[in-house]
Design a protein around this ligand. Sequence first.
Ligand SMILES: [Zn+2]
Length: 136
Amino acid sequence: MASLNQSSGGHQLLRNGGKWTNARFNSFIKSGLRGMSRRWPPKFECLADACRGAKTNKATGRMAKHYECAECHEHFPAKEVAVDHIQSVVPVTGFTTWDEVIERMFVEKDGLQVLCKACHLVKSAEEKQQRKQAKG
Ligand SMILES: [Zn+2]
């Protein structure tokens, strides 16, 4: 399963005894990998490096650790930040192999950055745009 071509047989039921398309199978594998990436130690190193100490969380009024967004440099509580892959896990030019996805997903901490939700949304939208252009 090192190389799966998404463009071939995308809608054919080739997986799970003929109940799943390759597309469904791929998202099944991808979500499993994403689950693993939440436990990837460099992710926590990246968060620790971005920690700017405890401040009052404006939403709850409680003290909470705050993290600096690598883009806007504002400080946010943990729930309002995401650890982002600087290079998207799936290249904007499209999926090639699971080997590549795994290499790009489990990068060292210098391949990761903390972004606030707003900056993360902007980056995701840009990547989506790049994907569209790469397809066209
Ligand atoms: Zn930000």
